[in-house]
Design a binder for this molecule. Sequence first.
Ligand code: ZN
Length: 458
Amino acid sequence: MDLVIKNGTLITPDGPFKADVGIEGERIAAIGEGLTAPNVLDAAGKYVLPGAIDVHVHMQMPVGDVVSSDDFYTGTVAAACGGTTTIVDFVEPKGLQSLMDALHQRRAEADGRVAVDYGLHMTLNSDDPLRLAEIPAVMEAGCTTFKLYMAYEGLRLSDGAMLRALAALQKHRGLPIVHAENHDAIQYLTEKFLREGKTAPRYHPLTRPDFMEGEATARALALARVVGLPMYIVHVSCAEALGAVRTARAKGQPAYGETCPQYLLLTRKEYERPGFEGAKFVMSPPLREEADAARLWDALASGDLQVVATDHCPFFYEGQKDKGRAAFNKIPGGAPGVETRLPLLYTFGVRAERLSLGQWVRVCCEEPARLFGLAPRKGRIAEGADADLVIFNPKRHVVLHSQILHQNVDYTPYEGLELVGYPETTLLRGQVIVRDGEFVGHAGQGRFIRRHVSGAWG
Ligand SMILES: [Zn+2]
């Protein structure tokens, strides 16, 4: 063995236990007591976790005439510093561009730049038969999950187009991951508010009511039921949408859902900040009520929601979010979060006794790996798995400020929050890439991971 992590407490979905972890090359070679190797990392008093997996990020993503401010390098350095060793980003074909061409282009942007391992979801922005015919090739190339939007002009699919796309995915065992909102209701309400001169950020959430997210979620899952395939709902933000996922699951449908730290920790109050400050929280779906957050926490603990991802999509407050000073619908939607997920969920989940240690690792590591075709190599501490590991200090105090984070953006939605517990050391396939909070890896160290068929297919 090359390296041993000694004296740590390993966190697994079944609970914590004390053991050393031995690493040979890129893989975990042994788990046990008294292991020895030339290189030793002492983890006494600390937790050892599988490298976390963030299945929902948007690095250097064009939105209108701006691009999200983290590129594949800065965004993955931030991920690594926050204990995340695999991200899954998106391919977004333009118009009727070939899916495979778009995939090659996106890989060219990421390869050589990424500091952690990565995968890509394929966005299906049309039901054009030539595009759907590319699905087997896209699956073969390692993109086994497909994003379908019910909102956003140029991206959204009608119910008919969605059914045809789902049927094509069903045939090849692709997993649809769905942005569930009601496009027409959003359009109607946006036009109404703007006509009435209601242009401030605080009107953004009012264009996207929780019951319409619930409607769209129920409709998406009903369409999946018509075709007969599993479906994963991204960024479930409220009790109404959660209810739709629960109802489908209660009927035995293979329905899965994700939420994000912002929906667990922040509420609609943020939009009432003075001046234009509310723009920092303009994202879709919007932030909801405290009661919604409480229900989302319960659903993570009960397993009705399986994953916490971030929807990391940062834009500078000065220079990018500004574009919407005259009208809230011109504010680039999205917020940073790739770096802060694991510690936020520790302080406000584990320490607040909303999640056990095992549940924390399940929603951040194991379930994302299983549902996104990264298991058995990622998401768990086991012999033969990739040595993607995090040494987490449960006693370390950190006050969040954008200046201490590595995300390329001028704010964090969690400014001033006090955390107890923070990742200190991150290993990617056996290499230390973060040491005592400092990034010591290099661009291009991450690899594209060809993912398997989703575990949602059973
Ligand atoms: Zn997203």
